[in-house]
Write a protein that binds this ligand. Structure first.
Ligand SMILES: [Zn+2]
Ligand SMILES: [Zn+2]
Length: 349
């Protein structure tokens, strides 16, 4: 069973490779943010739901304005491709009106707009990735309940929900670098648009088991769960994606929208043929290459970042983290699988 593909590790890598290279957000900087009742400082979007007269609804909205700097000479001059990261998404100097109080909120501001309406892409992405491995491969699923379950990669299914009456409204705007081209503003909104329910797709292993004698348990993987903000984050609001038992996931989804319906299972449309998914094939290839090099090159157990300066968990000496902050964020999950070094040595002796 040691050769099984670890789904938690793969999800970390998928999340990192995909969100730091997302084409629409390449080299954009966060220039304004609206949280709850405080509106944008730089513009007033003419969107009915955003400007709802009901103050209760206005209190449940949040939004981001990004500006595109991809055409600026500064970035073109740099030969090494700089990834977009929460640590470099702010303008320097930082606009005085833009306050990002906590590290977790800053992280949400980075991932949430990139994840808006990307659930379908997430599903396609993981299928591309599993195509690169052996179809009969076994997948190891570590859950936030501390279980280690196994499933077959080929038993993965898509599950689609429709969410109506979302409890919050999220708006993301990407402004072109040149102010004279302001009409080209790119708007994505997730929220109570009254008529259209939001479709949300996840991947599900119906038959995950701890051992061959065990009853199967359905497990959900949702790489885009953070599109629902903190409520969508897995692991009690700490993780960047959700990988958990289906009952726990469904309960959380019901805190996001008043009406949650599971669509009858149907095989997804011919998503593998769509050319707009080419960049996702590259992401899948990057993830495969990094996973194959795992014995020599580690990654941060919270964000999936690579690096030579990652610090080792002192307890197990195996898990790595890019910062103390990320080590703390990952701890509720990691502590369930962190085996102290002395204990391991005793077991092997
Ligand atoms: Zn990290
Ligand atoms: Zn550890």
């Amino acid at each position: 069973m040691s050769d099984a593909l670890d789904l938690y590790d793969l999800a970390l890598l998928l999340s990192y490779e995909r969100f730091t290279l997302e084409p629409r957000f390449r080299h954009t900087k966060l220039v304004d943010m609206a949280v709850a009742a405080s509106p944008f400082q730089t513009l007033q979007p003419e969107i009915a739901e955003w400007n709802d007269p009901d103050p209760l609804k206005r209190a449940r909205r949040w939004g981001y304005v990004y500006r595109d700097f991809s055409t600026s000479s500064m970035l073109y001059m740099s030969k090494t491709p700089v990834r977009d990261l929460p640590s470099n998404m702010l303008l320097d100097p930082h606009p005085p009106y833009l306050q990002l109080p906590t590290a977790a909120e800053k992280e949400t501001a980075f991932y949430q707009p990139r994840a808006l309406y990307s659930a379908r892409e997430s599903v396609v992405l993981i299928r591309y990735l599993l195509d690169l491995f052996d179809a009969s491969a076994e997948v190891r699923i570590r859950t936030p309940r501390g279980e280690t379950l196994y499933a077959r990669a080929q038993d993965l299914r898509t599950r689609t929900y429709t969410l109506s009456k979302l409890r919050s409204f999220v708006l993301s705007l990407i402004m072109p670098h040149s102010m004279s081209a302001c009409l080209d503003i790119d708007i994505v909104a997730l929220g109570d648009t009254k008529s259209d329910p939001v479709e949300h797709s996840v991947l599900i292993f119906q038959q995950a088991r701890a051992s061959s004698l065990d009853d199967p348990r359905p497990i959900v993987l949702d790489l885009s769960s953070i599109q629902f903000g903190t409520l969508g984050r897995g692991l009690g609001g700490r993780a960047l994606f959700a990988l958990e038992a289906q009952d726990a996931y469904d309960t959380r989804l019901r805190s996001v929208a008043d009406e949650v319906v599971v669509l009858p299972s149907a095989s997804p449309p011919n998503e593998r043929e769509e050319p707009r998914h080419d960049w996702l094939r590259d992401v899948a290839a990057h993830v495969k290459a990094r996973y194959d090099r795992r014995a020599t090159e580690g990654w941060c157990g919270h964000c999936g970042a690579p690096g030579t300066a990652l610090s080792l968990c002192a307890r197990c000496g195996v898990a790595r983290f890019c910062s103390r902050e990320h080590q703390l964020a990952a701890w509720p999950m990691h502590k369930l699988f962190c085996v102290p070094r002395q204990k391991k040595e005793k077991e092997t002796n």
